[in-house]
Design a protein around this ligand. Sequence first.
Ligand SMILES: *Cc1c(COP(=O)(O)O)cnc(C)c1O
Length: 228
Amino acid sequence: MNLVHMSSIKENIQIVRERMTTAERSSNRKPGETELVAVSKFHSTAAVAEAIGAGHREFGENRVQEAAEKFPSLKEKYSDITLHLIGPLQTNKARDAIRLFDVIETIDRPKLAKAVAKEMDRQDRRPKLLVQVNTGEEPQKSGVFPTEADEFIRLCVDELELPIEGLMCIPPAGDEPAMHFALLAEMARRNELNVMSMGMSADFEPAIKLGSTHVRIGTAIFGNRPAR
Ligand SMILES: *Cc1c(COP(=O)(O)O)cnc(C)c1O
């Protein structure tokens, strides 16, 4: 019997949830209000199914193609799954992304925003959107720079009438993440946006203390990602 292994994803989810609740309490936030996005990229459909079996329904994938291979059949079976796109989106994949995802967290440039607006009209389907901010201004990373974020958000909301609900960031490796979370929180506040997707396996507790509404957790739930 392989009971230990069989229950590990379930146990990991439970442990992460307890840590989230502790972080919420210690920062005077309502316990349970932060949403847990289980990041299943590189992991098998069987691993996702195990999380579903444990009652979990909110998932994140970073590639349209991989999500398209894993999720349509699961979504057919479990209609309450919420699927987030957390990786960069190419304009030519906007059509597939709008069809498959419920939240797209990586809107970061006018060309993409316009393609997404057009595709939403065409499909009459409106996933929620977040603007990704490159808080560390890293040249190799996606996301709008902080200095250009307000103007980009205005373009998305006022001109394109996109359902922008909030902001997302990935702090630079090696930086103190808290200052990036604080910067994102301030940007969300001044743009009157309620959703903040920030915090991963290594830094979700400080993110929750700084107001994160969605943490994106892969390794702490599914273990190390298999090579590919
Ligand atoms: C992979 C990934 C995560 C999850 O990272 P872990 O450290 O495994 O929790 C979160 N956010 C994004 C954007 C990712 O690509």
